[in-house]
Design a binder for this molecule. Structure first.
Ligand SMILES: [Fe+2]
Length: 269
């Protein structure tokens, strides 16, 4: 598919974005289809967060409404942004407990897969976990470290976000569950990440994650598994800047990033 065919939707002076009936219908289709998929596969904090945010199938939620619910719990808010923002802006917003959200929604032809984040990914995928205090603290701490880091190291640091907030798995009393938004906003990847024999699931190691290149445009072939959000937050607070230096000194880990053929077929299921 062509990239960047989407344009950000602009909010009015009251912060509301007007979506068409067709756009609301796409949201409804995605929502109705994904709810039974995440049940039993997403971690409990995400499922609880979905309830708290009160999303529904009828229309695309407004960032303002989601912010009001998040504010009460963890002090976070969601702000519509242009599709592409700089690392500096990204880390700065997270450090200030603002989640930057793309405001457009995918077109029907891209219902199963698009490599850019849309509002379904941002709000359905990311926002439920931000109701959890430990996950919210982790995200803010990550943003603060991103601002402190040398600008040259910010892309490497973003790998940590990739392997956690976007594509993280978590072990728990009910087995392995998903908390990463990149997985939870995709029907195919939510099933594949837990049930396929293809991807590797490896215990989370922050240094390894910082050294591990990735492809943004395919279903992942490696997932890191954390134990819980509290431990993740503590690790970031204690060690992240030091480990970022170590990762830079050690360099990237070798990794074959070719897309396995089996994955190309899975994309459209
Ligand atoms: Fe994302």
């Amino acid at each position: 598919m062509k990239k960047h065919i989407y344009k950000a939707k602009q909010p009015d002076d009251k912060g509301y974005i007007k979506y068409t009936d067709e756009e609301n219908a796409i949201w409804g289709e995605l929502y109705k289809r994904q709810m039974p998929i995440v049940e039993g596969r997403a971690c409990q904090a995400f499922l609880d967060g979905l309830d708290i945010l009160g999303l529904n199938e009828h229309r695309i939620p407004q960032c303002k409404e989601v912010s009001e619910r998040l504010q009460k719990l963890t002090g976070w808010s969601v702000a519509p942004v242009e599709a592409l923002i700089s690392f500096e802006e990204f880390y700065g917003l997270l450090a200030n407990k603002v989640f930057p959200a793309a405001s457009f929604i995918r077109i029907p032809e891209h219902i199963d897969y698009l490599p850019e984040p849309d509002i379904f990914h941002e709000v359905f995928g990311h926002c439920p976990a931000l109701t959890d205090p430990d996950f919210a603290n982790f995200t803010q701490a990550f943003g603060k470290i991103g601002l402190k880091a040398d600008p040259k190291d910010r892309a490497r640091l973003a790998r940590l976000y990739w392997y956690t907030a976007e594509f993280g798995l978590m072990d728990g009393p009910q087995g392995t569950r998903v908390y990463g938004a990149g997985i939870l906003s995709s029907k195919a990847e939510t099933i594949y990440a837990l049930e396929s024999e293809l991807p590797e699931r490896r215990a989370f190691n922050m240094l390894e994650a910082l050294r591990m290149p990735y492809r943004y445009d395919i279903m992942q072939t490696l997932y890191f598994v954390i134990n819980d959000f509290r431990t993740l937050y503590e690790m970031v607070e204690q060690d992240l800047l030091t480990l970022l230096e170590d990762a830079k000194a050690l360099g990237n880990l070798e990794r074959d990033l070719t897309e396995p053929e089996e994955l190309i077929d899975l994309r459209t299921c």
